[in-house]
Design a protein around this ligand. Structure first.
Ligand SMILES: Nc1ncnc2c1ncn2[C@@H]1O[C@H](COP(=O)(O)OP(=O)(O)OP(=O)(O)O)[C@@H](O)[C@H]1O
Length: 816
C-alpha cells in the first residue's frame, strides 16, 4: 500500500529499518559514524541501518531497487528511464552520462563539458565570489563537504575553567606574546567581532591584525582559541564564578518545552544532549542584557543585589556581564569563524571514510589517517575569503556609513542600503528592531548575528561586521548588498523562471542548505523573501533569526517556526522533534513557487495549510508516514483526501495519488502551465515527501538527475537581470524621508529660543533626550497635534466649530 505512495517501500522494509533504528539509537555515536561512512558511498555498507540523516542512503537504496521500474513518492511517478545506479551519496554529478545536443541548450545553459560560453566580463562575476564552478554549473563551496563533528557556531561557555586557564597559558606562552596594553572595554553587549587567527607558515609567530596582536599559534583544538579573559590585561578570576552563576541560572530556568529562550551560554551543538535547548539558551542572555540595561539607567548595586564591584576588563559582573559575555562569545564564535575560514579543514575533528576521527590540523597529524589525506585532497587549495575582526577595538559607528535608502522592513529589522564612507562599498545595513526592548535584546537578532558571523558560504549572505548607532541600543548588521529578494523579484516578473533557471537557483540554494545542515544549523525560515539575488546571478540565503543549532540525538524544539506557507507537515502537526527535513520541505515549496510564480500551499491558518497540502498530496496515514499518529495534531480528524481509486495499492493508485500535484506541473502543457520533466517532478515529490525520514536530503538532492538532464542548469552569468528593486525605492523613500526631516526641523518658536525638538538618528527617527516628557514629545510632533485634533473631533459640534478656526490659526502661525 505504501509502496504506491512513498517511494515504493513495502511495509516490512519500514519495520526492518525501525528495528535497526532502535538498535542504533542506543549508540548515537555509532549511528553518526555509520551515517558519515555511508555518505562516502561505501558500497558494502549496510545502509538499512541508517535512518534519519541517513535518508540519503535510504533513497539511494530505493533507487537501486527500483531501477527499471516506476516508483511512487507521495504517490508520485518517478521516471527511471535515464537513471542508473547513481551512487548519489558519494558519487557526485553524473554528467558524463548525458549527451547534450547544442540545440537543447538555452542561452547560458551549461554544456556537458562545462563550457558555457561566458564572456570574460561574465566570468568576472564568478571570480569575485571565489567559487569554483563545476561542469554542471554547480558551485563548489570552499567549505569541506563533510559534516562537521562540531558546529562552528559557539553558544556555550561550558568549558571547564581549569582547562581554559591551562589552554590560555599554553596559547599565550606558545605564541610568546609580549604584554599587551590593557584593551578598552568591549563597547557592545552582543557578540560582534573577533580576532582573526591567521593560518600561515608562521603559525607560532605573532600575527598583526588590524593593529592587534593575537596569537597565531594553531590551537590544539578549537577550544584553545583565546578568550577575552585570557588576553593580557584581562583577569580570569571572575569568570568561573560568573559561569557557575550562569549555569545555575540555566539549570533553574531551563525548560525544553518553553519556547521563550533563556540563555546563550551553554551547549556545543554536537553535544546538544548536555545542553539546554535553544529556547533555553538565550533568555539568560536576554536577562543579562536586561540587567545591563537596568544597570545603565540605575545604579548597578541596586539591581544586581549581589555584586557591586565595577569589573576590570574582561571580568564579569552583573552589570557588565553581557558585555563581557558578548565579547567572549564574539571572540569565540568569530575566532572559530576566522579559523574556519582560513583553515577550515583544520578546524574540527572530522569523520573520514573509514570512521576515523581526523584532525587535519598539522598539530594533530598523529591522528590523521593516510586515507583521509587522500580522500580530502589538499585543504591548502581552499582559501575562502577571510573575515578579520579586531576584537579589542569597539565596533564602528553607523555614522561611518552614508544612508542611501531604505530597502525593506521585516518583522525583526529594517534594512537600509548604505555606503561605507571609507571604502565606498555599498552594503545593506539591517537595524535590529528594539520594539520589544523591555524584553531585552531581541533573541532573533542575537541568533542571527551569532550564526552569520560564524558561518561563511557563497550561498549565504555575508555579514561583514556589526556597527552601533549613537544610541547604544541601535545595532546594525553590515551585510553584503543584494539587489533583489526572490519574492519581490517574482512579483515583478511577467513569466515564471524557466526550468534551467530554476535549476540554477535550486543548485545554489541546495549548496547553501547542505552547508548549513552539515554544520548543524537549521534555517527554519526558508521562503522566497529570505532568498536574495544579485545581478551576477548569485543566490544567497538571509534572515537567520529563527535559525538554530541541532544536535544528535534530537531535542524537543518549538514547532512554531517557518512561515506558514513553507512549513513542513510535521511542524504543522505539532512535532517537537524535527530536523533538517523541515528545511527540505520549504525547499520543495520554493521550487514549486519558482516554477509557477505562485506559492504552492498558501493557507491562512495552520488547519487550512494542512488541508491545502492534503488536498494536493492526499491525506497521509500511518502506512506512508510511520509515526504520524504520535504527533499531537494527528488526532484531529482531517478530511480524507484519498487519491487512490483502487484501494491503497495497485499501479492505478499511483496515478490517482499524485495527479493533483502533477496537474499543477505537467510534463507538457499547451495552456501556459509551468512544465516539469519527470525527473524534476520526482525531485519535487521527494522534497514534498510526508515522512521526514524519507524526505530527500540536500546532499542527495544536489545529485538528483534533474540537474543533469536537459535543459541543463543555466549558468549564473546568463540568469536574467532586473533593475535593482531597492534602488528604485530610494527616490520614494528619500522623498518621504526628506519630508519627515522637515518635520524634525526646529519650530520657529524653538529656533528663537535656541531649542530643538530632538535629533534625528541614522534611520531618520527622532531621538528624544531620555528625560523629555513623552507628553512634551507628543506636543512637538504632528502625532501630538493629531491626537488633539481627534479629541477635538469628539467634542460637540458647536464647540468644535468654534475651536476649528482657532486651531487653524494656531497651526498656521506655528508651522507656516
Ligand atoms: N543583504 C541584503 N541586501 C539586500 N536586501 C536585503 C538584505 N538583507 C535583507 N534584505 C531585504 O530586507 C528584507 C527583510 O530582511 P530580513 O528577512 O533579514 O528581515 P526580517 O525582519 O528578519 O524579516 P522577516 O519578517 O521575514 O523575518 C528581505 O526580504 C530583503 O528584501
Amino acid at each position: 500500500m505504501a509502496a504506491g505512495r512513498h517511494g515504493g517501500y513495502r511495509d516490512n522494509e519500514f519495520r526492518d529499518r525501525e528495528t535497526d533504528y532502535g538498535t542504533s539509537r542506543k549508540d548515537i555515536g555509532s549511528l553518526n559514524g555509520e551515517y558519515e561512512r555511508g555518505r562516502k558511498g561505501s558500497r558494502d555498507f549496510d545502509r538499512s541501518q541508517i535512518r534519519g540523516r541517513g535518508s540519503l542512503e535510504y533513497q539511494d537504496r530505493v533507487r537501486r531497487r527500483d531501477v527499471g521500474g516506476r516508483e511512487m513518492r507521495n504517490g508520485g511517478h518517478r521516471s527511471t528511464s535515464s537513471r542508473s545506479d547513481s551512487g548519489s551519496s558519494g558519487g557526485g554529478p553524473r554528467r558524463c552520462g548525458y549527451a547534450v545536443r547544442p540545440v537543447d541548450r538555452e542561452p547560458g545553459e551549461l554544456s556537458s563539458d562545462g563550457s558555457d560560453g561566458a564572456t570574460e566580463a561574465e566570468i568576472q562575476c564568478n571570480k569575485e565570489t571565489d567559487v569554483t564552478i563545476l561542469d554542471s554549473g554547480r558551485q563548489l563551496s570552499p567549505i569541506p563537504n563533510k559534516k562537521r563533528k562540531f558546529s562552528p557556531i559557539v553558544w556555550d561557555r561550558d568549558d571547564k575553567d581549569a582547562t581554559r586557564t591551562i589552554r590560555s597559558t599554553k596559547v599565550l606562552e606558545s605564541s610568546n606574546l609580549p604584554p599587551l596594553p590593557p584593551p578598552p572595554p568591549p563597547p557592545l553587549p552582543v557578540p560582534l567581532k573577533s580576532n582573526s587567527i591567521h593560518d600561515d607558515a608562521e603559525q607560532n609567530s605573532l600575527v598583526e591584525d588590524n593593529g592587534v596582536h593575537v596569537s597565531g599559534a594553531p590551537p590544539s583544538d578549537i577550544d584553545s582559541l583565546p578568550y577575552v579573559s585570557e588576553l593580557p590585561g584581562m583577569t580570569d578570576s571572575s569568570v568561573p564564578k560568573e559561569e557557575d552563576r550562569v549555569n545555575d541560572m540555566i539549570a533553574e530556568t531551563n525548560d525544553e518545552n518553553d519556547y521563550v529562550p533563556r540563555t546563550i551560554t551553554s551547549s556545543r551543538w554536537a553535544n546538544d544532549a548536555e545542553s539546554p535547548s535553544d529556547e533555553g539558551e538565550i533568555s539568560d542572555y536576554e536577562d543579562s542584557w536586561k540587567m545591563k540595561r537596568k544597570s545603565q539607567s540605575e545604579s548597578a548595586e541596586a539591581k544586581v543585589g549581589r555584586k557591586s564591584i565595577s569589573p576590570g576588563l574582561g571580568e564579569y559582573s552583573e552589570g557588565t556581564k553581557v558585555r563581557s559575555l558578548g565579547s567572549d562569545e564574539r571572540v569565540r564564535s568569530s575566532s572559530r569563524d576566522s579559523y574556519n575560514d582560513t583553515v577550515d579543514k583544520n578546524d574540527y575533528m572530522e569523520v573520514d571514510d573509514d570512521q576515523n576521527i581526523v584532525c587535519s590540523d598539522a598539530s594533530h597529524s598523529g591522528t590523521e589517517s593516510e586515507d583521509d589525506v587522500g580522500s580530502h585532497g589538499t585543504p591548502e587549495q581552499v582559501h575562502p575569503p577571510q573575515r578579520s575582526f579586531n576584537m579589542l577595538h569597539g565596533c564602528r559607528s553607523v555614522d561611518e556609513f552614508e544612508r542611501l535608502n531604505r530597502i525593506d522592513e521585516g518583522t525583526y529589522g529594517i534594512v537600509f542600503r548604505a555606503k561605507d564612507k571609507k571604502t565606498g562599498e555599498v552594503v545593506a545595513l539591517k537595524k535590529v528592531k528594539m520594539d520589544r526592548e523591555r524584553e531585552g535584546f531581541p533573541l532573533t537578532s542575537l541568533r542571527e548575528i551569532n550564526i552569520l558571523l560564524s558561518i561563511h558560504h557563497p550561498s549565504i549572505v555575508d555579514v561583514k561586521e556589526v556597527v552601533v548607532g549613537s544610541n547604544l541600543d541601535s545595532i546594525y548588521m553590515v551585510m553584503e548588498y543584494m539587489e533583489h529578494d526572490l519574492k519581490g523579484l517574482m512579483e515583478t516578473m511577467k513569466q515564471p523562471y524557466s526550468q534551467s533557471e530554476v535549476k540554477c537557483l535550486m543548485l545554489q540554494l541546495l549548496e547553501g542548505i547542505k552547508y548549513l545542515h552539515d554544520n548543524w544549523v537549521l534555517h527554519r525560515d526558508l521562503k522566497t523573501s529570505n532568498l536574495l539575488l544579485n545581478n551576477c546571478g548569485d543566490l544567497k540565503i538571509c534572515d537567520f533569526g529563527l535559525a538554530r543549532q541541532y544536535g544528535s540525538p534530537l531535542k524537543p524544539y518549538t514547532s512554531l517556526v517557518v512561515t506558514l506557507w513553507y512549513r513542513a507537515p510535521e511542524l504543522l502537526l505539532g512535532a517537537k522533534q524535527y530536523s533538517t527535513a523541515i528545511d527540505m520541505w520549504s525547499l520543495g515549496c520554493i521550487m514549486a513557487e519558482l516554477l509557477s510564480k505562485e506559492p504552492l500551499f498558501n493557507g491562512k491558518s495552520e488547519v487550512e495549510q494542512l488541508d491545502k497540502i492534503f488536498k494536493v498530496l492526499g491525506t497521509p496515514n500511518e502506512t506512508i508516514w510511520p509515526g504520524l499518529s504520535d504527533l499531537p495534531g494527528a488526532k484531529v480528524n482531517f478530511a480524507k483526501h484519498k487519491r487512490p481509486a483502487l484501494g491503497d495499492s495497485g499501479w492505478l493508485s499511483c496515478f490517482c495519488w499524485y495527479n493533483l500535484l502533477r496537474k499543477k506541473f505537467p510534463a507538457t502543457s499547451f495552456t501556459g502551465t509551468p512544465v516539469l520533466s519527470d525527473a524534476g517532478f520526482d525531485l519535487l515529490n521527494m522534497l514534498l515527501t510526508y515522512d521526514p525520514e524519507k524526505r530527500i536530503t540536500a546532499d542527495a538532492a544536489l545529485n538528483h538527475e534533474w540537474f543533469h538532464e536537459v535543459p541543463l542548469p543555466k549558468s549564473k552569468e546568463f540568469m536574467p537581470t532586473f533593475p535593482a528593486q531597492h534602488a528604485q525605492d530610494s527616490f520614494q523613500y528619500d522623498q518621504a524621508h526628506e519630508k519627515s526631516n522637515e518635520e524634525s526641523r526646529p519650530t520657529r518658536g524653538a529656533e528663537e529660543e535656541g531649542k530643538t525638538r530632538g535629533t534625528r538618528n541614522w534611520c531618520g527617527e527622532t531621538v528624544w533626550p531620555v528625560l523629555v516628557n513623552p507628553m512634551l514629545q507628543a506636543g512637538f510632533s504632528y502625532w501630538g497635534w493629531l491626537t488633539i485634533w481627534i479629541q477635538l473631533w469628539c467634542l460637540p459640534k458647536k464647540v468644535w466649530h468654534k475651536a476649528l478656526p482657532l486651531m487653524k490659526l494656531f497651526l498656521v502661525n506655528h508651522y507656516m
